[in-house]
Design a protein. Sequence first.
Length: 58
Amino acid sequence: MRAKKRQRQSELQSLLDDNPFLTDQELAERFAVSIQTIRLDRMELGIPELRERVKMVA
């Protein structure tokens, strides 16, 4: 795994810990990557999609 990917995934984890309501679109724009890249990163990190994150917070 490249350092850039590890760094992005680390930041992704932190952002979603702070705000689980961020969408994949918002995250993709923030990291300047595709939505698919965000989805793959979430899958690798075991982070559920938005609707599941919202259920966990509610």
